[in-house]
Design a protein around this ligand. Structure first.
Ligand code: C2E
Ligand code: CA
Ligand code: CA
Length: 418
């Protein structure tokens, strides 16, 4: 007998994060589990139904056109993965939440398979899940406007970025950074996307990998320009946040980079706080250029973050190459830390390092409540990951930030314990 999807701290309070009339379809071969998930979704404002048979599921998915599908991974003789392709054939454009009693690793692989097929997997729920886990995933769906799917093509196209820059297809989406003491969104990381007219929304793997120094420079300046504007917008709404942009180390050799980014920031009435994230593995190249860039950036009131810490070689040596105010632990060290004592030790050590350098410790890739609780209780300052939200277009990010404040206020006793 599998566990019922009810956690010990589940609560039945409804939160108005979603409008009624949004449709959610649950497919679990165990009727009582489906019924419980339906109850939970109704409490979150959905019009929800559940089915236990594959044929009924496919028929409902096509005729009823739900915005959200909640799928159990193991479905009697079948499984959720074979359904991804069938949903694709139906041109299903909503979001999917996967749930299972299997390990988080299995759930994660299933999620990845779905994403590779172009599905929008809103998140995974390890049974028994708590109402607040489901609520956080639902909040991350954003508004009812169906977001286009993100594509991660296998073969990067070296000419694509130039074309995207010239034709204005480049966009920046935002993923929240959550303060683990208050449970509030305190920042956002800007992540590049290409809105291709034929291929839809493309992830950076499709266009950044073979980019030239000149193209990356252009991406950085555009990202900064937009991040500064977003900061201003949020400040005017009384919700000050710190935006982060990614800066490829390849561009550090251009000595005018600092002047250029200062000039962009200066166009605004006051100096806004901006974090520049530098990927750790990029740092190996030219130590002088990196140190010079980071030191000058800090002198001009930017914050420097070492990104993907723990990925690649010589991590410790990198810490001496440049000043920094934030250390981001790579997601492969975070994902599963609640269950894996070895990962927990790494998290603890990196936290000690960050704080030892007087920097903030940020955990990336938080995908479930258990890992979140682990990194929070270890003492990390901030966290980012699909558990809170995927990267979103700015307008949806703003809605999420507002909804999140309500959800968190509602759950002070749970999330922001201690
Ligand atoms: P990154 O800077 O480490 O960004 C985090 C990546 O992890 C993003 O992938 C994000 O969507 C993904 N992510 C966030 N939370 C989770 C989670 O809980 N689970 C999993 N599995 N993934 C999560 P994305 O958007 O595909 O970006 C990939 C990389 O491309 C970025 O890694 C960054 O190195 C680079 N990149 C993105 N935008 C820019 C940009 O504007 N400029 C430059 N130079 N690089 C960029
Ligand atoms: Ca980053
Ligand atoms: Ca990262």
């Amino acid at each position: 007998m599998r566990d019922l999807p009810l956690g010990p701290d589940s609560d039945d309070r409804a939160v108005g994060v979603v409008a009624r009339s949004r449709r959610a379809l649950v497919f679990d071969d165990q009727a009582e589990i489906g019924a419980l998930a339906v109850t939970r979704l109704i409490q979150l404002g959905f019009d929800a139904k559940s089915v236990t048979e594959r044929s009924a599921f496919l028929a409902m998915a096509e005729s009823w056109q739900p915005e959200l599908i909640v799928l159990d991974l193991s479905l009697g003789d079948g499984d959720a993965i074979e359904l991804f392709e069938l949903l694709n054939e139906q041109a299903f454009s909503g979001h999917v939440i996967l749930m299972s009693g299997h390990s988080v690793t299995v759930l994660d692989h299933a999620r990845q398979l779905g994403e590779d097929l172009g599905m929008s997997i809103a998140g995974v729920l390890k049974k028994p899940f708590r109402q607040r886990d489901l609520r956080a995933l639902v909040a991350s769906l954003g508004g009812p406007s169906a977001r286009p799917r993100l594509h991660r093509p296998d073969n990067p196209n070296p000419a694509l970025l130039r074309e995207a820059l010239d034709k204005n297809w480049l966009e920046f989406w935002y993923q929240p950074k959550v303060d683990l003491k208050t449970g509030l969104i305190v920042g956002a990381e800007s992540l590049a996307r290409v809105r291709h007219p034929d291929q839809g929304i493309l992830a950076p793997g499709a266009f950044l990998q073979q980019a030239s120094e000149e193209e990356l420079y252009e991406v950085t300046t555009r990202a900064l320009d937009e991040a500064v504007r977003c900061t201003e917008t949020m400040r005017q709404r009384g919700r000050p946040l710190t935006f982060s942009i990614n800066v490829a180390a390849k561009t550090f050799k251009r000595t005018d980079l600092i002047e250029q980014i200062r000039a962009i920031r200066k166009r605004h009435s006051q100096i806004v706080p901006i974090t520049l994230e530098v990927t750790e593995t990029d740092l190996v190249d030219d130590k002088f250029a990196v140190k010079s860039f980071a030191t000058r950036a800090i002198l001009h009131d930017f914050r420097i973050s070492i990104d993907d810490f723990g990925h690649g070689y010589a991590s410790f040596e990198r810490l001496r190459d440049m000043p920094f105010s934030e250390l981001k632990l790579e997601r492969s060290m975070v994902n599963g830390c609640a269950r894996d004592p070895a990962l927990r030790s790494i998290c603890k050590a990196v936290l000690g390092l960050a704080h030892g350098f007087g920097a903030f410790a940020v955990a990336e890739g938080v995908e479930n409540a258990d890992d979140l609780e682990t990194i929070r209780s270890l003492g990390f300052d901030m966290a980012q990951g699909y558990f809170f939200s995927r990267p979103l277009p700015f307008r949806e990010f703003e809605q999420l930030q507002a909804a999140f404040a309500t959800v968190t206020a509602d759950e002070k006793g749970g999330f922001a314990r201690g």
